[in-house]
Every structure is written in C-alpha cells, then in structure tokens.
Design a protein around this ligand. Structure first.
Ligand code: ADP
Length: 606
C-alpha cells in the first residue's frame, strides 16, 4: 500500500538553511514511500493465507456438521448426543466465526494504527487526510496569493493555487505522484534576498525591471520566485539567449523566459516575378512541407500574381448622445465630404505616416460608431490610428459638447474578432492573389486532377462553408499559413482572426486543362515596424523576405509587400491541402509528419 510521509520541513528554505539556497524541499517519491506498521503484521502468516485458512476451515466444518446432523436425523439419534469429532468441529467453527468477524474489523484497526502514528498516512484515508492537506497547502497558498498579488494578478477566488486539487479525494495521490524536481540555478546572496522578498510579497514582481535596471536579472529572479511560489518547475523554459531589454515597455511585461517555436522555410515562392523564402513558425507537422509543395507547383507553373486592393487600418470609437437625432447629426457631419479636409488635418497630426482615408458611421439608437480608416506606412497601425482618432474626438468634443465618448474602440473596427465589417469593407491590407497551375503540374506535383480540385473547392470551401454559416472562412486552412508567417515575422498573432478571412476560388481554364486558383483576403493586418517586428528573431525573418523595418523611399511598401507574400503563401497552402484532400492523402501524410513515436501519455506536469 502506498504510504506518504508528511513533509517535516518547510516547503521553502532560506539561504541560512543547510540546503541549496531557496530550493523547495520536495521530498522524492521513493523517499516518501515508507512502510507503516499494520495490524495484520501481527499475524504469523500473510493476511491472505490466514484468511484463506479460516474460510476453508469454516466451510468444511459447517459441511461436516450438517452431514452429521442429517445422519442423526435419519437414524433417530438425539442431536444433543455429540461425538468427540463433532465436538472438535464445533469448537473449530466457533474459532473461525470469531476470526472472520474480527477480519472485517481489521481494516478499521489498521487505519486506526496508521493514524495513531503521527508521521505517516495512507492514501486509502484520502478523505480524512485531504482536509489536513488542504490546510497544509493553504499556508503555501497564503504565500501564493500574496505573491500573485505582487505578480500583478488577482488571485482566483475559488481555485486557490495550482497544487490544490479539484477533488479532495485526489489530494494525496496527485501530490505524491508528481514531485516537482525543481532545478534551481545558483543564485547570488543579493538575488536570493530579492527572490525571497518577491515570494513573500514584499517586492512586487512587476517592479523588478525598474528596481534592478537589469531586465535579464529581473526575469531570472521572477522565474525563480515563480517556481517557489507555485511549486512548479519551469525547467525547459529558457531564460538565456534572449534580449530582455528589447521587449521592455513594448512587447511583454513580467517575462520569465521565452517559448521556442521552430521556424521552417517554404519556397521559393515565385510571386510577381520575385522569389521569396517564406519563414513559418509552427509546431504543426506537415504544414511547412505542404506549403512548400504548393510553392513548387506555383513555381513550376510560372508563378503567382498579386494585387493590393486597399490599405487602411481602422478604429471605431463609440459615442453617445441624449437623442438619436443628435447622433445622426454628427454622422452627417463626419460623413460630409466638405468636412473631410478639416477632420483629416486633425487626424493626421498623430503621425507623419497616418493619413485619414474615410469615416463610415453606423448608428444604434442614440449611439454612434465612427469607423475611421487610415494608411499607416509600414506599421500595422493600431497605435497610429488610435492616436488619430483621439485627436478627432477631442476636436469633435468642442463642436458637440453633449457628445459622450463611451470608448475609443466600439468594436465596429473590428479588431481580433470575426466580423462581417472586415470581411466586406476590409481592414489592413486587402489582397487578391492568383495563379494558373498547369495540368501536368497538378498531376505530377499535386498528384491530383484539375476537375477533382474544382469540384472539391465548390463542395468544401464554398458550399460546405456556406452550410457552416462561415464568416470569411471560405478556404481550406488560410489561418494555418497566416499564423505561422505572423509568428515568424513578429505580427500580432491575435489578428490572425480577421487576417485569415479568405475565399479560395478554383476554376478549370484553357479548355478545362489547367487550374485557375485564387485567394482573396480583405483583412491582412501586417507591419514591418513596431510591435514584435523589431525583435531579433522576427527581424531576421523579415530580413529574409527583404521587408525588414521601414521603407525609406516608399513608406508603407514593405508592409504592403509582406501582405502580398502572406497571400501568396496562403495560395500555396490552399493548393497543397486541397490536393491532398482530393487525392485522399491527408490522413496518410499527417501520420507521417505529424505523429512522433514518443509516448505522449508520459508527458505530465511537475
Ligand atoms: P502600430 O501603430 O503598428 O502599433 P507603432 O505606432 O508602435 O505601430 O510603430 C510605428 C512607429 O514607427 C511610429 O512611431 C512611426 O513614426 C515609426 N515609423 C518609422 N518609419 C515608419 C514607416 N515607414 N511606417 C510607419 N511607421 C514608421
């Protein structure tokens, strides 16, 4: 029976303790398994043998006595006349009954003995012990809550800490089965003091960068404090090899490391007469290989062409009036072409790259939504457009003092949410990209037929998506390629939502021999300056595509080129996946590239 030792030392220790500084005292599982005395230990034979013996004795003696009594009845011998053998049998019967009655009480005796030993408990007693454990965990949780507050988070109301199990009955088991062998780096005395202070909630975790003036050290201290607070190992989350200064105040707060995502290369993508090696950050096996095959088919067919249809980032504040009439008055004012020049002058003050293009309004009763659209140079442009909108709101407030600005974003923008307004009006860059794939390429590279692709596209991407009530999802897997390229090039991955809006069209051309394929993507939101684009790895990927940073000769052309590359890559991805599906290869190739032989059931948290 698995028995766990109650931890006898505090979970965390200070540097004065004779343990490696600050290392959580996680007792290894093997050490925790000690044998405890049981009532059954007093028996001369193992418990199961003793039980077997007494059960056999009980039933044989019963049988013997019943046979004897039947004979007596048949021969008219009085029942009270007993032979010596019957007397022995009756004594044995009484003995075995006494034993068996005691047997059913033995579990109780055992647990009583176990519990009377204050140093150990049995997992069979989970229910009783869970209460004790929760109290013990609570003292850690106190620290955890304090620290959570210092980490800048609101501690969850019900779930008190990650080590507190959902079901009380599972407490001992889950904790005992998953010891956390936390690898603690060697820390200096100075760092140890700060770590302890963060753990105790005296130093807010968020203040480490400003207090220490060293972002890497702050991340290291925060990581160590986090491990101690949660009792969870962060081994595997690298700290070294990252420039923490580069994300300060721009990309990520309270860093404790960075996640590694492999970057694969698809290409060359022959697009508008130029070749691109497309970086894709992904952990989905098959994706890069598949996109690469699509690129090959496009290349072998003479390349793809793209057209940028529109380039404008949007922001739509919501303002409220006392009457719908007043809201409508403002709508007519801002949509009046005569006022555009004034409003754009006010708007454009926000940046030398922000240029107001249009303001489209929607009214809901007394509430007015004004969707501002502007060009943003090489920036994706959310900050830029928001600043311009703020300028205009300040201006309008003077003209319309009864206007109540409810929010600078009223969701009519619409950012990071699927919305018809983006699908119809566009947001960011709107791009169409096409290619004619030759018959022999469809056969040799894509291993399918033109007619099969056209039919599948109609039934899957058009009809199937219509049946599903899709919004901008008339494609096979545009978001796969969009996300991978976004991650590699430092785009905002959350904007994958609307950036992946795409309709894929396929048609047989040239007497039905060749395939015309196109993707139309109205909301590709990308930039080559600002946000994550300036980080070293992402910047290297942008450099590979020749679109790193701001384009000085033609501001905005780097971002626009990147948008067309995204669309071209999506075209390649669509071609390849659709071909795989039409040829029935999807499952086979995923089994080859997307399933390792590793036993995933062994992966568990520690
Ligand atoms: P976003 O608006 O995408 O959030 P930011 O406002 O963070 O981007 O970054 C854009 C910054 O880069 C602005 O300060 C802008 O003045 C500057 N910048 C420099 N060159 C360019 C360019 N070619 N296009 C756009 N912005 C540029």
């Amino acid at each position: 029976m698995d028995v766990r030792r109650r931890p006898v030392k505090p979970l965390y220790t200070s540097k004065n303790d004779d343990v490696s500084a600050g290392e959580p005292l996680m007792i290894p599982h093997k050490q925790q398994q000690v044998s405890s005395p049981k009532a059954s230990d007093a028996l001369p034979l193992p418990l199961y043998l003793t039980n077997g013996l007494f059960f056999t004795m009980f039933f044989s003696v019963m049988y013997f006595l019943l046979v004897r009594w039947r004979e007596k009845i048949r021969n008219s011998i009085p029942l009270h006349v007993v032979t010596l053998s019957e007397l022995v049998a009756m004594v044995s019967l009484i003995a075995s009954v006494i034993y068996l009655l005691g047997f059913f009480g033995i579990g109780f005796v055992q647990s009583f003995v176990s519990r009377s030993n204050s140093d150990t408990w049995d997992i069979d007693d989970e229910n009783e012990n869970s209460e004790h454990l929760i109290i013990e965990e609570d003292s850690r949780r106190g620290g955890s809550c304090v620290a959570a507050t210092t980490l800048g988070c609101t501690p969850p109301v019900r779930q008190i800490g990650p080590m507190v199990p959902q079901q009380p009955g599972k407490v001992a088991l889950s904790v005992a089965e998953k010891p956390a062998p936390i690898i603690t780096p060697v820390v200096s005395d100075d760092d140890e003091e700060i770590i302890v202070s963060v753990v105790q909630g005296k130093t807010p975790s968020y203040s480490l960068e400003s207090k220490l003036g060293d972002c890497k050290r702050a991340a290291s201290i925060r990581k160590e404090a986090l491990q101690r607070i949660t009792g969870k190992s962060l081994e595997g989350l690298p700290l070294e090899g990252f420039d923490y200064e580069s994300i300060l105040g721009q990309c990520c707060e309270m860093p404790v490391g960075y996640v590694q995502i492999p970057v694969g290369i698809a290409g060359p993508l022959l697009l508008d007469g130029r070749e691109y090696s497309v970086p894709m950050a992904t952990t989905e096996g098959c994706l890069v290989a598949s996109t690469n095959r699509g690129c090959k088919a496009i290349f072998a067919s003479g390349g793809a062409d793209s057209v940028l249809l529109k380039d404008g980032m949007t922001r739509a504040p919501v303002v409220r009036f006392n009457t719908a009439k007043r809201a409508a008055e403002l709508k007519f004012f801002v949509e009046d072409p005569l006022n555009f020049e004034t409003l754009s002058l006010v708007f454009n003050k926000s940046s030398r790259f922000a240029r107001l293009q249009s303001i489209r309004c929607a009214i809901a009763g007394k509430n007015l939504y004004m969707r501002f659209s502007c060009s943003t140079g090489d920036a994706m442009g959310m900050n830029m457009v928001s600043k311009g909108v703020q300028n205009v709101l300040d201006y309008l407030q003077n003209e319309y003092p009864d206007m109540d600005v409810i929010g600078i974003s009223g969701n009519f923008c619409s950012d990071k949410k699927p919305a018809a307004v983006n699908w119809i009006e566009g947001r960011g860059k709107s791009v169409v990209c096409e290619a004619i794939i030759k018959e022999e390429v469809v056969k040799k590279v894509l291993k399918t037929e033109v007619a099969a692709l056209v039919e599948l596209n109609v039934l899957k991407n058009l009809t199937g998506s219509a049946m599903a009530g899709a919004l901008g999802g008339f494609n096979a897997h545009a978001s796969n390629i969009v996300s991978a390229v976004y991650l590699a090039t430092g785009q905002d991955p959350a904007q994958n939502v609307e950036s992946s809006h795409c309709i894929t069209m396929m048609e047989a051309v040239n007497d039905g021999k060749d395939l015309h394929v196109s993707v139309t993507m109205p909301s590709i939101e990308v930039g080559t300056v600002g946000g994550g684009t300036q980080l070293a790895s992402q910047s290297a990927c942008l450099n590979l595509l020749g679109v790193k940073g701001a384009n000085r000769e033609l501001p905005g052309s780097n971002a626009r080129l990147l948008a067309t590359i995204v669309a071209g890559s999506v075209l390649a991805g669509e071609l390849s996946l659709m071909s795989a599906i039409s040829a029935g290869q999807l499952v086979k190739s995923h089994m080859k590239y997307n399933r390792s032989s590793k036993d995933v059931t062994k992966v568990t948290s520690s």
